[in-house]
Ligand binder design. Structure first.
Ligand code: CAO
Length: 417
């Protein structure tokens, strides 16, 4: 079966997480992704947080599957020549170097355009071009703070808190992938002209914090936010507060204790009081008298006692595990889920069957788990292959660029590859 992106050649000049997450996704769907790495060292994640001495770390293997690895020192004259040839033959160059690094290497957008007018150059930076922080280098948590996620995450009496989800890194990579596919589509329609695509980590985080900007404007207008735990008994300032585990939409929700919470830190479910599910909720938790009680029957009547209601639901949950509770509540059509640990997710049969948790073979590590494609297609079965060893495909790629065996040996000799 032909894969959708087969024939698209991508120079993958990315490292750490934001860029690699983007190019890995494109590789899964068939693009020929050539990861360009510094000889001898490679992507820093190959050696970061290693669990097996001398073997590529999971940080690397889980973000670089389905790719090839070419080692290249782009600061040498020979290395620049290889990159020049590669640019002439490729469709997309993706990079997430610190600000200005590609220019300093001698590969400005103007120069790349001259070499290949069809080229799409896709970049991740911490902040957007022209931003007053555009010179800053940025990692995940820096972006979460700069993009509004940290100030709105956590509990009111605690400090700003970052999320475990990679809102700054992988999320930005997903935005960049959309940008690249859009630019490829545009190129097909405009006579093959490439363009520059840029995504900043701050912007990508803010895009996911859209509802918090909604809340800022509501707060400015009315002075309170009724779905936050601060309402109606607490107080608000003039900025969106941290809302703990409150539901971000119009439905009140909270994380509730289940059987065993005293010893198991994750014996919880997330419970949502969806307005039109009020009657089934009352039936499910054994409180049918609340269905028509004016003190409970509308969302606004419930608002000032919402935590007492959650307390009643917790009392009902006290003799049920999180899985038992969800199995009961699902019959009443109540939006809820167990709080899943990474261990439970790793062993989840449904996730294994769908390929979202994939077991992959690696030449040196053996088998490891990774997160497979979260996007499912009717006409594509995504196959995840192990990440490449450093420089595993160097000679193969050089041959496709027209280098003879003698020339390849000379490039190795000169330490350019
Ligand atoms: N051959 C020769 N030189 C190479 C090379 C290669 N194959 N690959 C990279 N380099 C050089 C770069 O040209 C750069 O050199 P100069 O600074 O001398 O011009 C140098 O390596 C360092 O690159 P860098 O600035 O990208 O790396 P860093 O470790 O100092 O910073 C990071 C890392 C992530 C903070 C920075 O790259 C960055 O801010 N990137 C943009 C935002 C981003 O993507 N952050 C997310 C990372 S995931 O958490």
């Amino acid at each position: 079966m032909t894969k959708p992106l087969e024939g698209i050649k991508i120079i993958d000049f990315t490292h750490v997480q934001a860029g690699p997450a983007c190019t890995q996704l494109l590789a899964w769907y068939g693009a020929d992704v050539i990861k360009v790495e510094r000889p001898g060292a490679g992507d820093v994640t190959r050696s970061q947080l290693r669990d097996i001495p001398g073997v590529d770390a999971l940080y690397f293997t889980m973000l670089n599957s389905n790719k090839k690895s070419l080692t290249l020192d782009t600061k040498t004259a020979e290395g620049k020549e290889v990159l020049t040839r590669l640019i002439k033959q490729s469709d997309v160059l993706v990079e997430n170097f610190g600000p200005g690094a590609l220019d300093r290497m001698g590969f400005t957008w103007e120069h790349i355009k001259e070499l290949n007018p069809g080229m799409i150059v896709a970049s991740v930076k911490g902040f957007s071009d022209g931003h007053h922080y555009e010179d800053l280098k940025v990692y995940e948590n820096v972006a979460q703070c700069a993009g509004g996620a940290a100030s709105t995450t956590g509990f009111d009496d605690g400090p700003p808190t970052v999320s475990a989800a990679a809102l700054g890194d992988s999320n930005t990579g997903m935005h960049l992938a959309i940008g690249i596919l859009t630019a490829l589509h545009a190129r097909n329609r405009n006579g093959g002209k490439g363009q520059k695509v840029a995504v900043s980590m701050q912007d990508s985080v803010l895009n996911l914090c859209r509802v918090k900007l909604r809340d800022q404007q509501r707060l400015d207008r009315v002075g309170y936010l009724e779905e936050y735990p601060q309402y109606p008994h607490g107080s608000f300032t003039d900025v969106v507060p941290r809302g703990g585990n409150a539901g971000g939409g119009g439905q009140p929700g909270w994380v509730l204790k289940c059987k065993g919470w005293e010893t198991d830190k994750n014996a919880y479910i997330y419970f949502t009081i969806q307005g039109h599910a009020w009657a089934p909720i009352c039936r499910a938790i054994g409180k049918p008298e609340w269905i028509d009680d004016p003190a409970y029957m509308t969302a606004s009547a419930r608002q000032d006692k919402i935590f007492d209601i959650f307390g009643t639901i917790e009392a009902w949950l006290a003799d049920k595990t999180k899985f038992e509770a969800v199995n009961i509540l699902r019959k009443f059509d109540i939006p809820c889920a167990p709080v899943m640990t990474m261990k439970e997710l790793a062993n989840d049969e449904s996730l294994r069957a769908s390929g979202t948790i994939a077991e992959v073979d690696h030449k040196e590590r053996g088998k490891y788990l990774t997160v497979g494609s979260p996007i499912k297609f009717s006409d594509l079965k995504v196959e995840i292959t192990g990440s490449p060893l450093l420089g595993e495909h160097t000679n193969e790629v050089l041959e496709t660029l027209g280098y003879s065996s003698r020339e390849i040996a000379a490039l190795h000799e000169a330490k350019a590859v």
